[in-house]
Design a protein around this ligand. Structure first.
Ligand SMILES: Cc1cc2nc3c(=O)[nH]c(=O)nc-3n(C[C@H](O)[C@H](O)[C@H](O)COP(=O)(O)OP(=O)(O)OC[C@H]3O[C@@H](n4cnc5c(N)ncnc54)[C@H](O)[C@@H]3O)c2cc1C
Length: 299
């Protein structure tokens, strides 16, 4: 196993091609067919439904500094949105607000959840966490007995920094969150902005995750709750959720040929698990169905 898997570098990506990420699995296989074009440094800015029912995609081709070098307009029979929870939702919100797509479901931009993430920097000046910490994750604590408050706490290794033992690592808790936010369209910015109730996941975080994190760290540790400094989550989910906006296979209700296949499809939560395998499993299942039922009929 290449060291990049096991030395904490996972937090920065494993860019040696060894990790089973889509660039070395599905995308590589798709490119090998010769039927696929992958366009990096292309940012979708708007999506639109044409009068003939096909889809228009407005794209900025950017350089490595982010400057736009070219505008492109693509037309397609089927459009699969996989820009991640935040960006798929924003594209749909913009399309609804500007009437680029009529009759989008009302639930778009709703049901957004944080997976109840609580991210701590754990410092202990008496302990050596190691300049190389192993992982991505070395150990965790599953607390899944009560389905209403199920949660997990994991240690997340931080990458080595010039061989220095920083005497710190990261603890992350997440679980069955109750809080839900929603997006609003801001015309001045031509963007959709998340509104999140500040106390959204406080019951799970305060009564369950926090005491477990403190027990793991012990009294001599310094725990910095990063969420109390900057509200954040590693696990944004929802915004075009199954059941309200899409069917279980990501077909957007009432919009033939439009699909959501990413974290936006999750109903605000992936139980007491971090989300990427759940997203991948749901999307793989959806594609099996879409290939059988929609290819050759819808597109
Ligand atoms: C620091 C960190 C650690 C994490 N650790 C874990 C973990 O250990 N386990 C786990 O399960 N999950 C983890 N997650 C969460 C996990 O990464 C996400 O849940 C998952 O990647 C979401 O998948 P997705 O397909 O919905 O979106 P993404 O993986 O975000 O993919 C969206 C893609 O769309 C592209 N894109 C976005 N907007 C546009 C646009 N307008 N035009 C063109 N392209 C666009 C993006 O560049 C990106 O490539 C972590 C997240 C973070 C931030």
């Amino acid at each position: 196993m290449a060291p990049a898997y096991t030395d904490g570098s996972g937090a920065m990506g494993v860019n040696n091609g060894g990790k089973h990420s889509v660039d070395v699995t599905y995308i590589a296989e798709a490119e090998a067919t010769g039927l696929v074009t992958v366009a990096t440094q292309h940012e979708v800015t708007d999506i639109e439904r044409r009068k003939d029912g096909r889809w228009t995609v407005h794209v900025d081709h950017i350089d490595t500094s982010g400057a736009v070098v070219e505008n492109k307009i693509l037309t397609t029979d089927a459009l699969v949105l996989s820009a991640g929870t935040m960006n798929t939702t924003r594209l749909l919100m913009k399309a609804a607000a500007k009437d680029l797509i009529s009759d989008l479901p009302d639930g778009i931009g709703r049901g957004w959840g944080s997976n109840a993430d609580r991210i701590y920097l754990w410092t202990n000046l008496e302990e050596e966490f190691g300049a190389v910490q192993g992982g991505p994750v070395v150990y965790g604590s599953k607390n899944w007995d009560d389905p209403n408050s199920a949660y997990t706490v994991v240690q997340a290794s931080i990458p080595g920094f010039y061989g220095i033992d920083m005497r710190s690592t990261v603890l992350v808790g997440y679980g069955v969150s109750a809080g839900r936010g929603h997006f609003v369209y801001d015309a001045a910015r031509d963007d959709a902005v998340l509104r999140w109730p500040h106390e959204g996941d406080s019951v799970l975080q305060t009564s369950h995750i926090d005491p477990t994190v403190r027990r793991i760290a012990g009294e001599r540790s310094i725990l910095t709750d990063t969420n109390s400094i900057v509200p954040s989550t590693w696990h944004p989910l929802g915004g075009a959720s199954m059941g309200t906006v899409c069917d279980l296979e990501g077909r957007v209700f009432g919009q033939r040929g439009l699909y959501v296949l990413d974290g936006a499809l999750m109903p605000g939560n992936t139980a007491a698990c971090n989300p990427s395998m759940t997203i991948a499993a749901v999307v793989e299942r959806a594609l099996d169905d879409i290939v059988v039922r929609d290819v050759g009929t819808v597109f």
